[in-house]
Design a protein. Structure first.
Length: 320
């Protein structure tokens, strides 16, 4: 079979992957929606920045409606932006909407007839080639539901499990080779440091506790093919810490791996095959940071600015 990007991979006996299946992008990262600096009024812009040359972002299209607190998933050819709040001055008008964006044609995203199960914003996401997953929510209310929708048939989302507790403003990550999604940390009314993992297998798949971050906070998620990352976040104050945890071990506690160029929270994270990116975020809303997935301490450096100031985005952007 092929991976997300059309490269051939083989499978050994028993269905186990004989080679890593890349989830990360190789060309561009995207951030969309979010509130402007000093305001919680959301915008509808889809912005793109390069993974192959450092620099800022540029406007490439619009969402079907302005929103913040939305999260994203992707397949080989399309990306999805799900949920979010669309009310001005805050997040009272939350959405079940699933938007689809096509990489090849670019332009505006189109709302699908498929929807989430309920109004949701500030959850986290993960995905396979065929399915997108959304976990938790802060608004309309704190929720623990893990839901899944088809990225092939564009069908309505379905309930496939629960997190350990209702929570919002947490980071997400994907271990595509082993078939797991992650929800890391949280900051809703109080902080959580728990790293939760849920399976992409069919049937009901509740999340389990597999480790802890270095502090209780809600941050931005990134991932290499072997590690998950949480960058920045809010823990009663703004954090600049980058945590890293291994996908390989059963106990997956985070360890400090470096720092962002400055503290920020509620920005948007993407992953290339070699680097993690943090775009915007309250506290530094136009800054685009990059850090390496190489071993050892890896502090982030600023490589450009987002096209417009962004805060209150969901914790996941999309990439290809």
């Amino acid at each position: 079979m092929t991976n997300f990007y059309g490269q051939y991979i083989g499978f050994g006996a028993g269905g186990a992957a004989a080679a890593s299946v890349p989830f990360q992008g190789s060309a561009y990262g995207y951030v969309c929606g979010g509130g402007s600096a000093g305001s919680s009024n959301p915008n509808d812009q889809i912005e793109r920045y390069s993974f192959t040359s450092d620099g800022g972002g540029s406007d490439v299209g619009d969402l079907s409606a302005a929103r913040g607190g939305n999260n994203c998933t992707q397949s080989a050819t399309v990306a999805y932006t799900v949920g979010g709040g669309s009310g001005s001055g805050g997040w009272p008008a939350n959405l079940t909407i699933i938007d689809k964006f096509t990489y090849a044609s670019g332009g505006n995203a189109a709302a699908q007839t498929a929807t989430l199960l309920a109004n949701k914003s500030f959850g986290s996401t993960s995905c396979t080639q065929d399915f997108g997953y959304h976990a938790g929510s802060e608004y309309d209310s704190a929720l623990d539901v893990i839901e899944k929708w088809s990225q092939v048939a564009d069908t309505n989302s379905e309930d496939v499990g629960d997190l350990l507790a209702p929570k919002g403003r947490h980071a997400g990550a994907t271990n595509i080779a082993a078939g797991f999604g992650y929800s890391m940390g949280s900051w809703t009314s109080s902080g959580l440091d728990v790293i939760e993992r849920y399976s992409f297998a069919t049937g009901t798949q509740n999340a389990g506790n597999v480790g802890d971050l270095t502090s209780a906070r809600g941050g931005v998620g990134q991932c290499s093919d072997i590690n998950g990352y949480v960058s920045g976040g809010y823990e009663g104050s703004t954090s600049n810490v980058i945590d890293k945890f291994s996908f390989a071990t059963d106990t997956q506690d985070g360890a400090t791996n470096g720092t962002l160029s400055t503290g920020r929270y509620w920005g948007s994270g993407t992953s290339s095959t070699t680097d993690g990116y943090t775009a915007g975020g309250d506290g530094s809303t136009s800054r685009l940071d990059k850090f390496s997935f190489a071993t050892g301490t890896q502090n982030a450096g600023t490589i450009g600015a987002t096209d417009i100031p962004r805060g209150n985005t969901g914790s996941q952007g999309f990439h290809f």
